[in-house]
Design a protein around this ligand. Structure first.
Ligand code: NAP
Length: 447
């Protein structure tokens, strides 16, 4: 572990090293009064690598968003900030130990738990969460390939940007991802993929999508992919929809043709098919031992009550959102719900819990883009600084308290991983190839 923090400094632990954590560190240090006490920050991260969802959630072909990393790195390189990687809250260190050792503990642990659809057959082999699929193609060391992509038809459930990312990954093909940082094993699976048809199933209407236009346009524009919509979208749906919000997504949807029957020949020049199936509420997944079909309720305007539609798919990927898992032991915290808070101060049954704060998805739920974390982080940083100014920090500390273990991965260790991945990428003409294996990551960190 790197050198200790200065004596007498206000000690802050940030748990998690994703975008919210890094934005928080920047906001905290930028807002700290010059004449005040020194602030020492330990950014404690379960993985040996920083940047959380920027590294393991943002799609590999979205290089522009990934370049935010340079800004996040500045936070970790600030004087007084230590990266403490490969240290897990609840395993390596407890909440109580952190509360003893630090004046303020800031939870920036995200929202990892995939939201289930809660339909029969969801546990069949071939029905998987998009979260696991994203982790796999992003080279997360905990991920195992959730699908082997030997399936010809796949349904993606949900109308968020994760659904769009996953559909694009299934349809774009190996060549599209070859220049990115995905592990070679992922490229090999994408290269051998049998997937020819992807249904994006949305339980509501086209005007109630959550994905953004840029992501939608990129998916619709994939070369060699025939794109269609069901039911056919031909503008305003009738008197009941008059005055309906109209946006760029709807305008583009209006230009798309109606979906062909399953098994119909592909349009000329196309090798894959993408069907947006709106008003398709998941009812059940059926199959003898594995997914053979998806049944959705057709809730489109004018459909007969209880009308069903059966899609011939061999895999279902649910991109139906993420749920936060608050750290164990916080009084009143509920699994699957964001931490209750007041301007970032974590609330217990009787008000703010002294010295405990939250930022990012564990604070506000799994919403927003990377940049949304900036204002969120600034709010929590203002609360920490206000509590510091009010004399609520530092708090009493026992003489002996938890220290980051010697085997933790420090920032220099992360830089060695970074250099190792760049060297690996160079061998295949890429800027980087991710290492997706705990032992190799730890060995690189040790140097
Ligand atoms: P999301 O935006 O919340 O979308 C979840 C989708 O799942 C919604 O369409 C929701 O429908 C649907 N859903 C929820 N429960 C369902 C159920 N039981 N059955 C069927 N559908 C269900 O979540 P996300 O896509 O996981 O994204 C999380 C956040 O990350 C979002 O803020 C997103 O914008 C962001 N993100 C951004 C990018 C990017 O900027 N490129 C990429 C990935 C993620 P309802 O609307 O009906 O609830």
């Amino acid at each position: 572990m790197n050198a200790g923090q200065p004596e007498g400094a206000v000690k802050v632990a940030v748990v998690g090293a994703g975008p919210a954590a890094c934005f928080f560190v920047e906001a905290l240090l930028a807002g700290a009064p010059e004449e005040g006490p020194a602030i020492a920050v330990d950014v404690i991260e379960r993985l040996p690598t920083p940047y959380g969802l920027l590294r393991y959630g943002v799609a590999p072909d979205h290089g522009k968003i990934k370049s935010v990393e340079k800004g996040l790195a500045r936070a970790l390189e600030r004087p007084g900030v230590r990266f403490v990687g490969d240290v897990e809250l609840g395993r390596t260190v407890t909440r109580e130990q952190l509360l003893d050792a630090y004046d303020a503990v800031v939870y920036a642990i995200g929202a990892d738990e995939p939201r289930l659809m809660g339909v029969p057959g969801e546990d069949l082999p071939g029905s998987v969460s998009a979260a696991g699929f994203v982790s796999w193609y992003s080279g997360h060391p905990d991920a195992i390939a959730p699908l082997d992509l030997t399936q010809e038809s796949v349904a993606v459930m949900g109308a968020g940007n994760v659904a769009i990312d996953v559909a694009r990954t299934l349809l774009a093909g190996r060549a599209h991802f070859a220049p990115t940082d995905v592990p070679t094993a992922v490229l090999d699976v994408l290269g051998a993929s049998a997937v020819r048809t992807v249904y994006v199933c949305v339980r509501r209407g086209p005007h109630e999508h959550k994905f953004t236009f840029k992501e939608f346009k990129e998916l619709v524009a994939l070369p060699g992919v025939e794109v269609s919509v069901r039911p056919q979208w031909t503008g305003p749906l009738g008197p009941e929809r008059e005055g309906m919000h109209k946006d760029s997504v709807l305008e583009l949807l209006e230009t798309l043709p109606p979906a062909p029957e399953p098994g119909a020949p592909l349009a000329e020049g196309c090798t894959r098919r993408l069907v947006f199936s709106f008003w398709s509420r998941p009812a059940r997944i059926e199959g003898d031992g594995s997914v053979e079909r998806l049944v959705v309720l057709d809730v489109s305007p004018g459909a007969a009550p209880g009308a069903e539609l059966t899609l011939p798919v061999q895999a279902v990927l649910s991109a139906t959102g993420y749920l936060p898992q608050p750290p164990a032991g916080i009084p009143g915290a509920v699994d699957g719900e964001p931490l209750r808070h007041e301007a970032g101060r974590v609330l217990g049954p009787d008000g703010p819990l002294p010295g405990e704060y939250a930022v990012g998805w564990v604070k506000r739920g799994a919403t927003g883009v990377i940049g949304s974390n900036k204002s969120d982080a600034a709010e929590t940083a203002r609360s920490v600084l206000a509590d510091l100014a009010a004399g609520a920090l530092p708090r009493d500390r026992p003489a002996e308290c938890w220290q980051p273990p010697a085997e933790a991965v420090d920032y220099a260790g992360w830089q060695r991983i970074d250099a190792g991945e760049r060297a690996l990428g160079e061998a295949s003409g890429r800027a980087r190839e991710k290492v997706a294996d705990w032992d190799r990551l730890r060995a690189l960190a040790r140097g």
